[in-house]
Design a protein around this ligand. Structure first.
Ligand code: AMP
Length: 194
């Protein structure tokens, strides 16, 4: 099994984010789950990768040529794939992984999370997606997503495809759960349906 971790190319203000990245990396290595990520040495991305690699786990980095210098491509990985574009990076990470986790991060992390979750809503893949909610980082996003459901733009069953936990072990367990019943329902919501 391989898990793709989306996370900040910055480390964030609180040391809790780095501690959580270390905890997740240690757990992945212990469980012999490979890490797929954006291939950088910077921020939380570097912390997760260093931790898995230090504990002898498999780490595959996928970085676009344009970011190789900027994000300082990691040279200590099991494999570093240098690809042509951001789109190719996301497609490659999606192909190589069996599940996806978003840790705290910036707009790059959010963009990657929303794309992979949307693909699952559209039925393009059946791989689980989850938020690693370190210190309530995702609580405001969670409230907003519930509002999106309430306003009739997102089905509850598709909302439920995005799992969430603040504890890495429970998070991994949640990723192993089957998708909710009805997840294959069409995306578009008829304004008259109840
Ligand atoms: P951030 O969360 O903004 O620190 O970004 C985390 C990672 O996502 C970094 O490696 C960014 O280069 C990457 N990223 C940002 N935007 C995109 C995008 N459109 N497609 C793929 N990766 C991206």
């Amino acid at each position: 099994m391989r898990v793709c971790v989306f996370c900040g190319s910055s480390a964030g203000r609180s040391p809790r984010y780095t501690e959580a990245a270390v905890a997740l990396g240690e757990l992945l290595a212990r469980e012999k789950i490979g890490l797929v990520y954006g291939g950088a040495t910077v921020g939380l991305m570097g912390v997760v990768a260093d931790t898995v690699a230090r504990h002898g786990g498999e780490v595959i980095g996928v970085i676009p040529r344009s970011l190789e210098a900027k994000e300082i491509a990691h040279r200590g990985l099991s494999e570093l794939r240098v690809v042509g574009s951001m789109h190719e990076r996301k497609a490659t990470m999606a192909e190589l992984s069996d599940a996806f986790v978003a840790m705290p991060g910036g707009i790059g992390t959010l963009e990657e999370l929303f794309e992979i979750w949307t693909w699952s809503v559209l039925g393009l893949h059946q791989k689980p997606c989850a938020l690693f909610d370190v210190d309530g980082f995702y609580s405001q996003l969670t409230s907003f997503l519930d509002f999106v459901v309430q306003e009739g733009f997102l089905r509850p069953v598709h909302r439920a495809l995005l799992r969430m936990d603040s504890d890495p072990e429970r998070l991994l367990a949640a990723l192993r759960e089957p998708p909710p019943d009805g997840a294959a329902t069409g995306k578009w919501i008829d304004p008259h349906e109840t």
